[in-house]
Structure formats: structure tokens, C-alpha cells
Ligand binder design. Structure first.
Ligand SMILES: Nc1nc2c(ncn2[C@@H]2O[C@H](COP(=O)(O)OP(=O)(O)O)[C@@H](O)[C@H]2O)c(=O)[nH]1
Ligand SMILES: Nc1ncnc2c1ncn2[C@@H]1O[C@H](COP(=O)(O)OP(=O)(O)O)[C@@H](O)[C@H]1O
Length: 189
């Protein structure tokens, strides 16, 4: 049996990664989603083990030491990381898995899994990106400004990715990602 595809969806905060991933779920029901560990506090409605595995800093550092993370990154004051075991077992079982992670972490995954499919989600414009982060209402102004500075640095790393997908309309962005996955399955390797 051939291994599954590792798909990494990345891009700046607020571009719509979470929204696009949720919209992809019913469209590609066989796609498995990696659940990350984080030291960030849960937002309203978020559940442990569903949106994230919420960890203390000590617990997270222990996961790093025990080599339980495929990659991790410190992002705007918190740690985020991908549990390794689940990703490896899913790929071995022949299923496709998608990781929704920030740019530094995605580049670390690329070092370990160069055969992965790296998709960069782009905002239609930087003004629209700021409006989306602000519109979500989960961050204060100083954090929004910090995330915008980080976003500009992140977009400059897009050249390391395989595909750029503009998230202008959710439906169109999903169609583009579905097309990428279909094409990758047809690829002669
Ligand atoms: N490197 C890495 N980044 C992650 C992981 N999980 C989530 N992220 C990223 O961390 C950033 C902040 O996530 P979060 O606080 O949930 O905010 P939001 O995605 O902007 O709503 C986002 O860019 C996520 O894609 C992970 O396991 N590893
Ligand atoms: N294509 C889109 N058009 C308009 N608004 C969008 C679109 N995609 C996402 N959004 C909105 O932008 C905000 C940030 O989206 P989110 O999925 O939380 O981003 P990320 O996970 O990349 O940080 C949310 O309020 C979401 O509803």
C-alpha cells in the first residue's frame, strides 16, 4: 500500500487557514487533520483535543525533550507544535493528512518530509488581511500590529512552497486546494 500524502497548509495569521480547513472537511471527508499542541489559552468554544491539545509550558517543554513533536515554533509568545506519532501513523496507513501550521514550522516539516505538498495561503491584499484579523475580534491592537509585521516576513518565505492559493472566496480557495490534492494523487513518482 502506498503512503498517504502530507499536505501542509500555511500562511499568515488571519488569512483564513482555519476557515478554509473547516470548509474542506465536508468536501474531502477522507482527509485527516492533525491536531496541534499549544501553550496558548483556549478561545471561547475551543475544545481540548479537538482544536488543540492545550498544554502548560512545562508540559510542552517535556514533549520537545521527549521528541514527541515533528516540529514546533514559538509564535507571538506561545509554543505550537505537531505531534509526530499521529502524522507518521496516518501516512503509514495510506491516508492523507493536512497540517495547518505557521510558516517557520512548515519549513521545518519540509526538511523532514521534502516529499510533502506545501501550500501557501495568501490574502487578496494586506489591508484585507488586517481587516480579517481585526474582524475576528480575538486579538488586541498591539497583537494585531505584531501579527501584521510577522505576516510580511512570512509572505517573503513563500518561494519555498509548492503552491500559492489566494483566499479571496472560501469556495474558490477550497476548489484550488482540492485540485492540488487531486493532481498530486495523479502524479507519476
Ligand atoms: N509551527 C506550528 N504552527 C502552528 C501549529 N498549530 C497552529 N499553528 C499556527 O500558529 C498560528 C497561531 O495560531 P492561533 O493562535 O490558533 O491563531 P490563528 O490560527 O491565527 O487563529 C497560526 O498561524 C497557526 O497556523 C503547529 O503545530 N505548529
Ligand atoms: N475568503 C474569506 N473571505 C472573507 N473572510 C474570510 C475568508 N476566509 C477567512 N475569513 C475570515 O477571516 C478571519 C480569519 O480567519 P481564520 O480562519 O481564523 O484565519 P487563520 O486560521 O489563518 O488565522 C475570520 O474572521 C474568517 O471568518
Amino acid at each position: 500500500m502506498s503512503k498517504g500524502l502530507l499536505i501542509v497548509l500555511s500562511g499568515p495569521s488571519g488569512v483564513g487557514k482555519g476557515t478554509v480547513c473547516s470548509a474542506l472537511r465536508p468536501r474531502i471527508p477522507e482527509l485527516i487533520y492533525s491536531v496541534s499542541a499549544t501553550t496558548r489559552s483556549p478561545r471561547e468554544g475551543e475544545r481540548d483535543g479537538v482544536n488543540y491539545f492545550f498544554k502548560t509550558r512545562e508540559e510542552f517543554l517535556h514533549m520537545i525533550e521527549a521528541d514527541e513533536l515533528l516540529e514546533y515554533a514559538e509564535y507571538v509568545g506561545n509554543y505550537y507544535g505537531t505531534p509526530r506519532d499521529f502524522v507518521e501513523r496516518t501516512l503509514e496507513s495510506g491516508k492523507d493528512i493536512i497540517l495547518e501550521i505557521e510558516v517557520q514550522g512548515a519549513l521545518k516539516v519540509k526538511e523532514k518530509f521534502p516529499e510533502g505538498i506545501f501550500v501557501f495561503l495568501l490574502p487578496p491584499s494586506m489591508d484585507e488581511l488586517k481587516d480579517r484579523i481585526r474582524g475576528r475580534g480575538t486579538e488586541h491592537d498591539d497583537i494585531i500590529n505584531h501579527r501584521m509585521t510577522v505576516a510580511e516576513d512570512e509572505i517573503s518565505l513563500m518561494r519555498h512552497y509548492d503552491y500559492a492559493v489566494v483566499n479571496d472566496e472560501i469556495d474558490l480557495a477550497c476548489k484550488r486546494i482540492e485540485s492540488i490534492i487531486i493532481a498530486e494523487h495523479c502524479k507519476i513518482r
